[in-house]
Design a protein around this ligand. Structure first.
Ligand code: ADP
Ligand code: ASP
Ligand code: MG
Length: 915
């Protein structure tokens, strides 16, 4: 295919408005310099001193001036005064994204009181993308490149009209139109050829910086400041170094800078970022986001005192603030840490920005142009780091960064062990296809080598490896070359990780708790970073989980509350009252991201204001849909942990638990349906829970807020053997039998209990004993018995003839007709010095459960109950003679919600909250 390159197509010569023919330029300078640059003269003399120090200051220059008066004044006058008097400012695309913003940048330049300033400017935001798009379009023979080019023209034309006038405006517009018509011709040629070479592309895309720098330069001039604008292609010389990178040629660039400066001396220079030339004067670029790199190279060439990178965030955050809303600003970073953060995807800084400035110890400061009050992040040698922030305050891991769109390549086989040159052959093949290896991991057994490359390069890499190793594959020395697509890298960065044991354990622990599978791991000897490869879809969740584990040590949990009835709304009230304390004292951040009833759901992206959720539900509620609800709570926010709290009594909702747990969503509930439902489903649920780090808590299913399940578990886990669990598990039936005394009729006590709100709306739901049987089943299964609900014989207290009567009212009316049986029962018991109690019993030794009306001696603990209390007795090998007894209120919304709440806190502590 034909190809067009900047070299063979006639590329316009690089001419800036300042690049007048040499003589004219020189003359112009001679007329003005002595007047305009008194400081320049002093520092120029200093540079000529044989003892010239590397980084001059104003003070040193005054002393030096005595010795050098004899130098040729005209030559020295325009020599570049390198040193501390120069301050470099780089303004990113967002800083110059509109006329208003360009004005703002000019103000900052004017107000900066450095003696000399070099300003490096990016293209207006989106312009470089537009330029790349022009080439894409032309290459694919899409003639809409013409209208796209018009949009580029219009953007700059209108900005120029907003900001410039007079000669400045007309000269800019004439250059702009000239550039655009050149570009149109070039794009037409690309369109015809269907291809463009790298250097041709570089030439086209670099125009954004040429235009933005010229506009800014004119605006600064309009403010009465003398300045020069620099087309950095005249100065910055770079050599391509493969893999879409270039290396600066400092010696040649320094020479060209000296020359440029002698022709354009100024105390304010507005320079283009991003663009440069090859030693053969072919225009090129420093590649995407390269303006930061331009500024750093310039900082080094000028030996500046500081490079300030102005952007749209307050500095370097502990993680990408778009992905982790809790990320915090780092006041300082070492060069090494900043490099690691940027290499692993923190695009606030181009990774190559560090090296040029580090060699001269020039600090970089990242600042927010939209928030001048923020001091920003200072990047310098690590000593300052320690002094400023104090060792103890500094977290071990300074920050986290991620890179998406990667693939892992795994080369595996026993024939690799101990064979010298295998790694060389693997990476030689990778290099031959020009792929960029981002991380490498090799197990010490040398059984496999695994590395990450950009997804778009993996096909070529795999093919190259298969062809390079086909013999080894055929002979079985290599078992496979496998590609695992859709990966991301998560890197933890921090200089102090090296000297502290346990950092990686905490990292992996946080990932495991967030249910994230780690596919590969790498940690270099420097231990500046730990790198893990994970599934791309897990990336943000992983980032948030590890970030909150290390940086915030705050357990953030996204919560969805299902069921907004009595228990749901009581729980929300308790959460509302306690949230601030939990956050402040225990670092637990509970955020209710959704509340759903059977008809309406309320969703939030940041957490629902629990003091007015009912109003919000009326104002913003949507039609309830459980699937969307779960997707919102778990999927949308990607907070590291999600819990669904099922406050319904619905078996439909319970049927989703398995699926939720499998997705890594924790489940907490007072709903008995799942644990007392079909045995096989229960067993599946529990075994899934045991295999994963996902939690399923249901303390409130038995005895509301009383610690019954946890007591049982505590006994079992510490090696005790349960023999029997016997208890009064129904608050309603407890109340009824505690008050069925003297001459009172049974129906009278039932009516009283109903009146007081102790019963279900239909008291038969309590009297039937099914609810107690469900609790017995839950405890039986917890104790290891494999029983179904139908295996439990239930003593149903609803008289047979009334079981099918139409309504609760009808039932209540007819109940007195059956009082006699119960009165007789009571009398028999009393005659024997006993009372009646409705109990559930798990007979572990005989693998049985039962729910029945039993008689107990008057001095038995069960006979001493009052009100609606529950009482549960555990007989175990340790507690054989005297059972372990738990007693207290076991029904009611407050205590049930309290039980659920304490499960939520248990979850938080399992997830790492402080105790
Ligand atoms: P500019 O155009 O000014 O060069 P960039 O978009 O290249 O701006 O870089 C700034 C952006 O980098 C921020 O808006 C932020 O979203 C992103 N970013 C990613 N990681 C981090 C981080 N750890 N700290 C700060 N910003 C980050
Ligand atoms: N304008 C260039 C880009 O968008 C360089 C930069 O802004 O850093 O890639
Ligand atoms: Mg940038």
């Amino acid at each position: 295919m034909a190809s067009i390159s900047a070299a063979n197509f006639h590329t316009p010569r690089i001419l800036s408005p300042n690049s007048l023919p040499h003589d004219a330029n020189q003359k112009k300078i001679c007329q003005s310099q002595c007047r305009t640059f008194p400081l320049l003269r002093r520092s120029a003399i200093c540079r000529a001193s044989p003892q010239g120090v590397k980084r001059e200051t104003s003070n040193t220059r005054i002393f030096a001036s005595v010795t050098d008066l004899l130098l040729d004044e005209t030559e020295e006058k325009f020599r570049l005064p390198k040193g501390d008097t120069w301050s470099v400012h780089k303004f990113g695309g967002t800083c110059v994204g509109s006329s208003e913003r360009i004005k703002n940048v000019a103000d900052i330049i004017v107000k900066d009181n450095s003696e000399r300033k070099l300003v490096v400017v990016s293209a207006m935001s989106k312009v470089t993308d537009m330029m790349y798009d022009l080439i894409e379009k032309a290459q694919s023979r899409d003639d809409s490149f013409v209208s796209a080019l018009d949009a580029v023209l219009e953007k700059h034309r209108s900005t120029a009209f907003d900001l410039l006038d007079g000669d400045d405006l007309s000269s800019f517009l004439s250059r702009l139109h000239n550039d655009i018509s050149n570009l149109k011709a070039m794009l037409r040629a690309i369109y015809i050829a269907g291809h463009a070479t790298e250097s041709f592309k570089d030439f086209v895309v670099g125009h954004g910086e040429l235009w933005s720098a010229q506009i800014l330069s004119s605006v600064v001039r309009k403010k009465g400041m003398n300045r020069k604008w620099m087309d950095t292609r005249e100065v910055l010389i770079v050599n391509p170094s493969g893999s879409d990178q270039v290396d600066p040629d400092y010696v040649e660039s320094e020479k060209r800078l000296e020359k440029w400066y002698s022709q354009n001396p100024s105390e304010i220079i507005i320079a283009t970022g991003f663009i440069a030339s090859t030693p053969q004067n072919i225009p090129t670029t420093l590649k995407r986001d390269g303006s930061d790199f331009s500024a750093a190279i310039m900082g080094a060439l000028f030996r500046a005192c500081q490079v300030t990178i102005w952007t749209d965030v307050d500095g370097v955050y502990t993680a990408d603030p778009r992905k982790v809303s809790e990320a915090v600003i780092l006041q300082t970073l070492s060069y090494q840490e900043a490099w690691e953060m940027s290499y692993f995807g923190a695009n606030v800084l181009h990774p190559r920005t560090i090296i040029p400035v580090m060699q001269y110890s020039i600090p970089i400061v990242i600042r927010n142009i939209f928030n001048l009050s923020a001091p920003g992040t200072r990047i310098c040698h690590s000593l300052v780091n320690d002094k400023e922030e104090g060792q103890s305050l500094e977290p071990l891991v300074r920050g986290f960064a991620t890179i998406d769109n990667l693939a892992l390549v795994n080369v595996e086989g026993t024939g690799m062990a101990g064979v010298p040159g295998t790694a060389d052959a693997i990476f030689g093949a990778v290099k031959d296809v020009g792929a960029n290896v981002i991380m490498i991991s090799q197990a010490s057994s040398e059984h496999s080598v695994c590395f990450a490359v950009p997804e778009k390069e993996v096909k070529a890499v795999a093919e190259a490896l298969k062809s390079r190793f086909h013999q080894a594959l055929d002979s079985g020395r290599l078992s496979q070359i496998a590609v695992i697509p859709n990966c991301s890298i998560l890197a933890a960065v921090g200089q102090k990780m090296a000297s502290t044991p346990g950092v990686s354990a905490s990292l992996f622990n946080a990932l495991a708790k967030a249910n994230i599978n780690v596919r590969a791991i790498a940690q270099g000897c420097s231990e500046y970073n730990i790198t893990v490869v994970i599934k791309q879809e897990d990336c943000i969740k992983a980032l948030r989980a590890v970030h909150s584990r290390f940086y915030l040590s705050r357990t953030t949990i996204a919560m969805g509350v299902i069921g907004a009835g009595l228990i749901g709304h009581t729980l929300l009230g308790q959460l509302r009252d306690q949230a601030a304390v939990l956050k402040e004292k225990f670092n637990i951040d509970l955020r209710v991201m959704g509340i759903t009833s059977s008809s309406t759901m309320l969703l939030s992206d940041v957490g629902i204001d629990l003091s007015r959720w009912r109003d919000l539900q009326i104002e913003n509620g949507e039609v309830a849909n459980l699937e969307n609800f779960v997707q919102h709570v778990h999927g949308n926010h990607l907070l590291p942990n999600t819990v669904l709290v099922d406050c319904t009594a619905d078996s439909g909702v319970a049927s989703h638990y398995y699926d939720w747990l499998q997705k890594g969503i924790h489940v907490i509930t007072p709903n008995k349906k799942a644990n007392s439902g079909p045995l096989d489903q229960y067993l599946k649920l529990r075994s899934l829970q045991r295999q994963s780090y996902t939690h399923y808590f249901y303390e409130a299913t038995v005895g509301a807020g009383l610690p019954i399940i946890s007591t049982l578990r505590g006994l079992l886990e510490t090696g005790d053997k349960i023999l029997k669990v016997e208890g009064i598990f129904s608050g309603t039936l407890s109340y009824i039998f505690n008050n069925f005394i003297g001459k009172r009729a049974f129906s009278e006590v039932v009516a009283e209990a109903k009146q007081a709100g102790y019963t279900e709306p239909d008291p038969r739901d309590d009297l039937s004993g099914t609810d107690v049987a469900r609790k017995v089943i839950i405890l039986a299964r917890e104790s290891g018995l494999k029983l179904e609900l139908s295996d439990i014989p239930i003593d149903n207290l609803v008289p047979e003839p009334l079981r099918d009567s139409a309504s609760p009212e009808e039932f209540m009316q007819q109940l007195p007709q059956f009082d006699q049986d119960m009165t007789n029962n009571r009398q028999d018991a009393e005659d024997a010095g006993e009372v009646l109690r409705y109990v559930g019993i798990v007979d572990v030794a005989n693998k049985k459960g039962v729910v029945e009306l039993r008689r107990y001696k008057k001095d038995h603990p069960f006979a001493q109950l009052s009100g609606s209390d529950n009482i549960i007795a555990f007989t175990t090998t340790r507690y054989k003679n005297q059972p372990l007894i738990v007693r207290g209120p076991g029904a009611g919304a407050q205590v049930t919600a309290g039980g659920v709440f304490s499960d939520i806190l248990r979850l938080a502590s399992y997830l790492g909250a402080p105790s």
